[in-house]
Design a protein around this ligand. Sequence first.
Ligand code: 5RP
Length: 234
Amino acid sequence: MGLDRSEIAKRAAAKAALDLVRDGMRLGLGTGSTAKWFVDLLGERARAEGLDLTCVATSLRTARQAESAGLKVVTLDEAGWLDLTVDGADEFDPDLNLIKGGGGALLQEKIVATASDRMVVIADQSKQVEHLGAFPLPVEIVTFGWETTKAIVEETLEDMDVAGTLTTLRMDGDEPFVTDCGNFIIDCRLKRIGDADELAAQLNAIPGVVETGLFIDICDRVIVGYEDGGVEVL
Ligand code: 5RP
């Protein structure tokens, strides 16, 4: 069965990112449907060329997939520092700032990307925006007192005049979605984000907020995949 057009675009971006991989590298592996392509293709290439790679996964899901693809997966502390992280994104703007966390792995994704010499995002063109904020901003919060934390987040968004329609607790069926680190996620629907740096700083200052899905000045390159199989590097 053929791939649908968005999968062709995601695969094209993932395949282009493979060219950045060299023997002996320590790699961070992202989470999501685009990163999944990268992990599959990386496993194939590592097998075919006998590459010695050490990988750190940003989620349990990715760790399982990478191991099944025959890749060596270690913890971030075992790896220490990474040469390159390849991950997807929910939005990227012209300055290569991102919204991430649609797949619920934002905290580990940010830790891994920050511990890398380079972070390269792979994404289909639908993720490209002029201004961040159409995608609901995921904010990871601790479970203790989560309703209070959510209320303070909402107040902060109002004060900064970025509050949109609704802030909701992410659900997994009838239960709250729980991240790999044991936290909840609230998804914040916003107006256009003006000062993403300031918004991230204000949200991170709230006790109970663990991390936000705003990735500011972390991403070095975006490889955009197109539905005709072409790519562009930004
Ligand atoms: C997971 C993420 C993903 O990278 C993001 O949601 C993009 O996913 P996809 O490639 O499936 O569109 O941030 O937490």
